[in-house]
Design a binder for this molecule. Sequence first.
Ligand SMILES: Cc1cc2nc3c(=O)[nH]c(=O)nc-3n(C[C@H](O)[C@H](O)[C@H](O)COP(=O)(O)O)c2cc1C
Length: 245
Amino acid sequence: MQRKSKYILGIIVLLSIFLVVYLAYPLLLKTGGGNQSRVVLGTYNLPEVQISGGMSVDQAIQSRRSVRSFSSTPLTLQDVSQLLWAAQGITDSERSYRSTPSAGHVFPMEVYLVASDSGVKDLEAGIYHYNPYNNTLEKIVEGDQTSNLSMAAHGQKWVDQAPVSLVVTGNYQKMRDKYPDKNLSTRFVDIEAGHIGENIYLEAVSRGLGTVAIGSFYDDQMISLLKLPSNETPIYIFPVGYQAS
Ligand SMILES: Cc1cc2nc3c(=O)[nH]c(=O)nc-3n(C[C@H](O)[C@H](O)[C@H](O)COP(=O)(O)O)c2cc1C
């Protein structure tokens, strides 16, 4: 009888463990980046991207300049949607190809939005992961983190001043899974970050906004601030806003 009770207890414990794992699993949402996972606090739809309008590519290239002084004028959700789409949006839904080229169509890049208090109309302050597959923002961190981001960026004050920043990360291992040569795969990811950066610059210019590429930051602070999955490395920060007059 006692042995039977122990047996039943063992089964209950095993079933409980199974239940906990089963219930916790959806929290670690897969977000379209190989084996990456993030704890998502909430999901927010972005407005549909508008393809027509804006200035010509030639005009945007001619006008592009790094901006390091921002006004407090907030961005709209449409601005945010366009900037993220330019960075990594899906432009071929059949094959899930994106706005920037990717070596071997590996797509190892991710983009995050850091929104300040009142930085974006109708969006709470926080850090969000951009999910290009369904055009949503996935909240990762609550609250205004812009001064923490600025501190991580060696105290560059324009990061603190900008209403939003886009952060570009790369998954070097994902590229290496396809291209085992370390130098080659590393180069591919770094080059992809450059493509994304130029798209962000040009999209910002065409919307009357400004940005600056930030490559100087403490990796460890960025990783902990953005709660990055272990396979993601921060590569670039782009504070975006209206230039202060
Ligand atoms: C890889 C890279 C890293 C950069 N890092 C920073 C940075 O940390 N802080 C900054 O203020 N500007 C940074 N810049 C911006 C350059 O200083 C800027 O592009 C340069 O002064 C030329 O000015 P322009 O962009 O207006 O043509 C970076 C640019 C690149 C390409």
